[in-house]
Ligand binder design. Structure first.
Ligand SMILES: [Zn+2]
Length: 116
C-alpha cells in the first residue's frame, strides 16, 4: 500500500447490485488504439478494458500494465482529466511495457478536486 493521496477507499463487494464502480473486459478496437475507457455517468460508473489487448501486471514488453491503466481510469471516475505531462498517470496515452505511478501532477489534481 502506498501513501494515501485522497480519502477514497475501494473494496470488492460480493453482490453486484451493491457495486458503485464496475470493471469489465470487452472488445473495443483490437490491440493498440484505445486500451480502456471509463463511463463516468453517475448512474453507470464502469471501467471498460479492451479484452483484445495483451495485459500484464508490471512492465512486460508488448503488454499494457493493467494497474497503471486502472489507476488512470479511476482518475477519470473521480473527475480528473488528462494531463499534459507525459510521465504521469493521467497523461492520455500509455506505452507498452511500462508502468506509471502517481506523480505530483496526479496528486495535485486529486487534491484540487477533493481537499483532505
Ligand atoms: Zn484517459
Amino acid at each position: 500500500m502506498g501513501v494515501a493521496v485522497s480519502n477514497f477507499n475501494f473494496e470488492k463487494v460480493r453482490e453486484e447490485s451493491r457495486a458503485k464502480l464496475r470493471v469489465t473486459f470487452t472488445q473495443r478496437d483490437g490491440p493498440g488504439g484505445t486500451v480502456a475507457y471509463a463511463n463516468t455517468s453517475l448512474t453507470d460508473l464502469t471501467i471498460h478494458f479492451d479484452e483484445e489487448e495483451s495485459w500484464s501486471v508490471g512492465a512486460v514488453g508488448g503488454s499494457v500494465d493493467l494497474k497503471s491503466v486502472a489507476t488512470h481510469e479511476i482518475g477519470h471516475i473521480l473527475g480528473l482529466e488528462h494531463s499534459q505531462v507525459e510521465e504521469v498517470v493521467m497523461y492520455a496515452t500509455f506505452s507498452y511495457g511500462v508502468t506509471k505511478k502517481l506523480a505530483q501532477d496526479d496528486i495535485d489534481g486529486i487534491g484540487a478536486k477533493y481537499s483532505t
